[in-house]
Design a protein around this ligand. Structure first.
Ligand code: COI
Length: 358
């Protein structure tokens, strides 16, 4: 058939990458910590450039210099993104929906009064960064290269105002599982005092301050043995919002529900992908208000995020009472985790056209 010669040509073309040189690392024991890599990508939008970023460049990974009066340092004018690259068995590398990260950064930049790179500029920069750090992309099945784009007000300000200059930077680190539990279910505590976001605030964008705001509750929870914290809406203290580092889903029968994104919840790319994957697998997926009562009454609960992928929740503790779901990974969490990661790793056919091959 016609397919035969084509696939033969493809595998010839990739044969040199099959024996690609890998960095010297203990690939079997990756966690989610910074392992520095060779290069970072830097691109600037200078004062007077009318929001246009000039051509960026790869630099050796290292410290950056900032004016002490930089907007990001003084007033938190900063955003970040997160995405992953997986190495396939043929040696090629797959990115998962990088355009979505580019678009989300543009939305966030609008809220934070920052210019942001064009979608093509962003995606090109991600590709260059990954290729320059190719030897740090873990072997298939061992993890992924986590890519961290940053956008910050790097120009000096003193009075409160948008910074005059912006820096876009990407660095990357090989990672394994986010939670120390690995794929085992995590234990969450519902936070009833502190809140992550307020209506009209910045909870719906990936600004750096959102992640500082949760450190206090997260540290207290970790000290008490919980994996992470689940936040409630600040008006009624009744509806689920998200976990410090990921979105949340509850399963009841064939219905999978997740809080709708209305400005206080981060519109996760894994969240959005799981909604589509769930529907394509025959589940009824609802985006709406989800109450804490439904959480306690669920058959199964799981979290989604780029870093956490799909993490099953073993128990939630609310106002001192603990509800345990099950000991192993719930069937729905397992099914969705498998479907998503097979796509991300290039093991399943990419019917949605979500992956970008390098
Ligand atoms: C991600 O999942 O990529 C995030 O940005 C969450 C972060 C707390 C690791």
């Amino acid at each position: 058939s016609l397919l035969q010669p084509l696939s033969a040509t493809l595998s010839d073309a990739h044969s040199e990458t099959e024996n690609v040189e890998l960095a010297d690392l203990d690939w079997d024991n990756l966690g989610f910590g910074l392992q520095t890599t060779d290069y970072m990508y830097v691109m600037k939008c200078p004062h007077g450039a009318e929001g246009v970023f000039s051509k960026g460049e790869l630099k050796r990974f290292g410290n950056i210099e900032l004016n002490p009066s930089a907007g990001v340092l003084n007033y938190g004018q900063g955003l970040f993104e997160g995405l992953k690259a997986y190495r396939k068995h043929d040696g090629n590398i797959l990115l998962f929906r990088p355009q979505e990260n580019a678009l989300r950064m543009r939305m966030g930049a609008e809220r934070m009064c920052m210019p942001s790179p064009a979608v093509e500029q962003f995606v090109e920069a991600v590709k260059e960064t990954v290729l320059a750090n190719k030897r740090w992309v873990p072997p298939p099945g061992k993890g992924s290269l986590y890519i961290r784009p940053l956008l910050m007000g790097s120009g000096p300000v003193l009075g409160l105002a948008p910074a005059p200059e912006y820096t876009f930077l990407i660095y990357a680190s090989p990672v394994g599982n986010y939670f120390k539990e690995g794929l085992a279910p995590i234990n969450l505590i519902v936070e009833n005092e502190l809140h992550r976001a307020t209506p009209g605030g910045t909870g719906g964008v990936k600004t750096i301050g959102n992640y500082t705001a949760v450190l206090k509750a997260q540290s207290a929870a970790k000290a008490r043995g919980y994996s992470d914290v689940l936040y409630l809406d600040c008006v009624h203290k009744k509806y689920l919002e998200e976990v410090s580092s990921c979105n949340i889903f509850v399963v009841k029968g064939n219905v999978i529900s997740t809080p709708a994104v209305k400005g206080t919840i981060l519109p996760g790319i894994t969240r959005k992908s799981i909604i589509d994957v769930g529907r394509s697998q025959g589940f009824q997926v609802e985006e709406r208000l989800v109450s804490v009562d439904e959480l306690l009454d669920a058959d199964e609960v799981f979290c989604t995020g780029t870093a956490v992928v799909v993490s099953p929740v073993g128990s939630v503790t609310y106002l001192g009472d603990r509800v345990s779901y099950r000991d192993g990974v719930g069937a729905v969490s397992q099914q969705l985790h498998t479907a998503l990661t097979r796509l991300q790793m290039g093991l399943a056919e990419d019917e949605m056209n979500w992956t970008v091959e390098l």
